[in-house]
Design a protein around this ligand. Sequence first.
Ligand code: SF4
Length: 468
Amino acid sequence: MSVPSPAFRARIRQGLSDAVLQEALQRATRSFQISREKAFADLPDAEAVRDRARAIRAHTIAHLDRYLEQFAREVERHGGKVFWAATAQEACDYILGLARARGISLVAKSKSMVSEEIGLNAALEAAGIRVVETDLGEFIIQLAGERPSHIITPAIHKRREDVSQLFQKHLGMPPTDEIPAMTAAARQALRQVFLDARMGISGVNFGIAETGTLVLVTNEGNGRMVTTLPPIHVALMGIERVVPTWEDAEILLRVLARSATGQALTAYTSFLTGPRRPKEPDGPEELHVVLVDNGRSRWLGTPLEEALYCIRCGACLNACPVYQAIGGHAYGSVYPGPIGSIVTPMLGEGAGAELAYASSLCGACQEICPVRIAIPDLLIRWRQMEASRLLPAWERAALWAYARIARHPAAWARLGRWAMALLRRLGRGGWLRWGPGPLRAWTAIRDLPVPQRPAFREWWASRGGGVP
Ligand code: SF4
């Protein structure tokens, strides 16, 4: 069995050798964690709110069909149109067909990880439709021709010098290290896009079933521009993002912003119900909600269903020592970090299950997760599935033999004596620096201390103990 693959190993090595990346990641993730701790400290009964948030997610996912149908009915009752996309292809085809039918040449987009997941930008651009990301982080990433490296802060790996160089090249801006100046330049460039775009595409943080309301959480005004200025608004929503009631949405909002950015509430929390009504001053003429399954429903009723509780706050990425060291791009997937390592193979029919090995299983992700997803357990499940898929015959035989011997203390003790004798023979100066066969994978990156004398069993026996 060979996990991770050579390609994944190469990406890991690249991330580990990039000192600038590691510094940027550690600074940003640490700062997020401090803000999060403060924000939760200010929330009365924070642990009870987290319990409630988890209960809401568990209940919703257990009754997903019912709440999705109610949500779709309500969206349509308020004048919106709902499209059920079973696959990424169906979602892209629908939006592309809509854009073609309406003669769209420019699309303004606000942040949507689902759009990354289904490859929407590439599909639209291949058809000659220009797509402009209007979230500042996504805008930077788009100019750089990269993919996001964090689900909340897509350009977390970029330093201000990197952004300045990109803006010099693409926006003709003079060199600067002033963040407000760069923000102003981006705002200037995007202003015309908002005015010219005839279609706006957004993600959806939550869809409230009882009224068909879309909830969007952003820290920049771009989300509101995208959903109100263009005459057509397309909202892309993963099917798991539905919540039954406004009260439930309010509980989830309490933990989402605190976990994501350490804010009690983000600067903009928008609630959109249907397209513009006759006497309203703004809003789109058409609202299309694309409900994306793309493999999610396959996992309902399985032990991995719990991953669908995720509200994409990104806190588990910030807490993960592996993510902090290798960065989001090393995962090679749309969704990086601990939850990405579970969700990626779920959406890819098992492809990418090797990501489950990019974890020390320290549990920091589960501890910080606002909806208490048992991330380490789910990672272990993927490891089990991957192991049973990839395990070669000799390893199966070895594990079978191990299971037999481990059940017999005398045989186990004899095997232990042989193994210790062998290790002492191979060791030099008290350390084993080169091991034969499978041991080489260990000794290639760390030394193994040679077993000392007396062994525990010998010491125990010398004190008159029985077989331990
Ligand atoms: S798994 Fe939990 S911590 Fe990670 S993104 Fe999802 S909700 Fe946030």
